[in-house]
Design a binder for this molecule. Structure first.
Ligand SMILES: Nc1nc2c(c(=O)[nH]1)N[C@H]1C(S)=C(S)[C@@H](COP(=O)(O)O)O[C@H]1N2
Ligand SMILES: [Mo]
Length: 190
């Protein structure tokens, strides 16, 4: 990974770096410890509580609100111009399936939340279509959460959360909000 690609009509302007997370033994079979009760899948199941929203990249926005109420937002073009990372991570759904070595391209939450996290302990994440999830801010920073817009080198498909979704691979996948629309920080748990 790490080769430069165009993610839209305009060239990718941010720098791209490659990061590998999790177990990546070389030369064939990987020895991994799955969380208790998990089984491996090779396909990529779709788990959605409702219908797939189809969100136009022209009107798509990502809004981040700080604990003090200050907000920032990105258009699609602005988002993909930010520095991107390619990450290889294992996914674990609480319903029992795990998928190893998945490759995503996205923006680190460290970039999106820069300067906003002091005094914030909780984040409430909203999706187009209505799904929400709350996470401790500590799970979102430190290079282990991304807003991803590509899977396996290709634009993220709508059923898997395209245009863009949260990926927080160290938590069960129900926190990895598909079709992310906003993230609001607060100083108190909700
Ligand atoms: N907006 C939204 N995000 C969501 C969900 C959902 O129903 N709606 N399901 C969650 C659950 S339980 C899982 S396991 C993963 C599934 O992602 P996938 O469909 O790409 O496998 O998305 C998570 N994020
Ligand atoms: Mo899940």
């Amino acid at each position: 990974m790490g080769r430069s690609r165009d993610w839209s009509a305009s060239p990718l302007r941010g720098e791209s770096v490659s990061i590998t997370r999790g177990f990546t033994g070389r030369g064939g079979a990987r020895s991994v410890a799955l969380p208790p009760g998990q089984h491996l899948v090779n396909d990529f199941p779709v788990l959605s509580t409702g219908p797939t929203p189809h969100v136009d990249r022209e009107t798509w926005r990502l809004i981040v609100v700080g604990a003090d109420g200050a907000s920032r937002s990105w258009t699609w073009e602005e988002l993909i111009a930010l520095p991107t990372e390619d990450v290889v991570v294992d996914l674990h759904c609480v319903t029992g399936w795990s998928k190893l070595g998945t490759t995503w391209t996205g923006i680190s939450l460290d970039v999106l939340l820069a300067g906003l996290t002091s005094g914030a302990s909780e984040a409430l994440v909203h999706a187009y279509g209505g799904y929400t999830a709350s996470l401790a801010v500590g799970h979102l920073v430190g290079g282990r959460a991304w807003v991803a817009f590509a899977y396996d080198g290709k634009p993220l498909t709508p059923e898997h959360g395209g245009p863009a979704r949260l990926i927080v691979p160290h938590l069960y996948l129900w926190k990895s909000v598909k079709w992310i629309s906003s993230l609001a920080l607060s100083s108190t748990p909700r």
